[in-house]
Design a protein around this ligand. Structure first.
Ligand SMILES: [Zn+2]
Length: 296
């Protein structure tokens, strides 16, 4: 990788000289030309990191490094952790982390991938070996699995039928409590915040009252949990984002990919432009915080 990087720098310098400019006077925008192509609306000064890059469907750690080089949006990679998910034991988790650590050993400090997991069991912090846990940079969770099916498997809320026959108010009360439980776990990022399954999604404004939103946001602030703006997700709604920013919550911008293709980042753009997102609105992991501060 270092050799490839040197070749990249050399060819960039040659390009500059051919056009009469010098490498020393190149602006950050020029250095990030491909990033500009990717998202011309996104100011490089935001120093975004996408913490929601799954290593699945052909996506690899090496590709996440390459993506960061191309786009200027740095990468955090993770996989699903839980009894019914790819990282279902400490051995498998150890293997996953070791694989990314090996890639990181070949990279300079500012290009290293952050390593995370997405936790899908609610007792995850009791089952992970603390020694392995300490090698993780962050833990991400969403609220889209709640309770068990009759066969004992996880109830995956996105699979509930649109005509799900249930007392909706009672269901939401349970769901709201579940959201408050998840945000109070030792997690770092809450994804798909205020998500509602199809059968109840049209009652969003009525069910997610300002009081409930405020309580969820306050818990996120108290626990230093970032609220994720995910590409191609309808949640959270602008009303929630506005309140979260007003209260001083931190945001994270994530992909949640299923394969190696880059998703459409329109949802990021909408939030960044509509709410004039500044670096101080972004959540950073501890290592990133040190990097950003040392660059000031
Ligand atoms: Zn995910």
């Amino acid at each position: 990788m270092r050799y490839a990087f040197a070749v990249l720098i050399a060819s960039f310098a040659a390009l500059c000289c051919a056009s009469g400019a010098s490498a020393q006077t190149a602006s950050p925008q020029e250095k990030n030309r491909s990033f500009q192509e990717y998202a011309p609306w996104l100011a490089p000064s935001l120093k975004l990191r996408d913490y929601h890059i799954h290593l699945r469907g052909g996506m690899t750690a090496e590709m996440a490094v390459e993506r960061a080089e191309k786009t200027g949006v740095r990468s955090g990679v993770l996989e699903n952790h839980g009894r019914e998910w790819p990282l279902s034991s400490n051995e498998l988790l150890d293997e996953f982390i070791t694989g990314v650590e090996k890639v990181n050993q070949t990279l300079p400090k500012n290009k290293k991938l952050r390593i995370g997991i997405q936790v899908n069991d609610r007792d995850w912090y009791k089952t992970i070996d603390p020694k392995i846990y300490r090698r993780l940079d962050y833990v991400l969770a969403d609220t889209m699995i709640m309770g068990k099916r009759p066969d004992g498997s996880d109830e995956r809320l996105w699979q509930l039928p649109k005509d799900y026959d249930v007392d909706q108010d009672e269901w939401f009360e349970r769901y709201y409590k579940h959201c408050m439980t998840v945000v109070n776990e030792p997690i770092d990022i809450l994804a798909n915040v205020t998500y509602l399954p199809d059968f109840i999604a049209d009652r969003y404004d009525e069910l997610w009252t300002e009081e409930r939103m405020t309580a969820l946001i306050q818990a996120a602030i108290d626990n230093n949990v970032a609220l994720e703006i995910q590409v191609e997700s309808a949640f959270p709604k602008p009303k929630f984002v506005e309140l979260a920013l007003k209260m001083g919550a931190k945001l994270e911008f994530g992909s949640n990919n299923f394969d190696a293709a880059m998703k459409d980042t329109a949802a990021w753009k909408n939030v960044i432009e509509r709410f004039n997102i500044k670096p101080e609105n972004l959540w950073r992991d501890r290592k990133d915080e040190r990097l950003v501060n040392s660059a000031k």
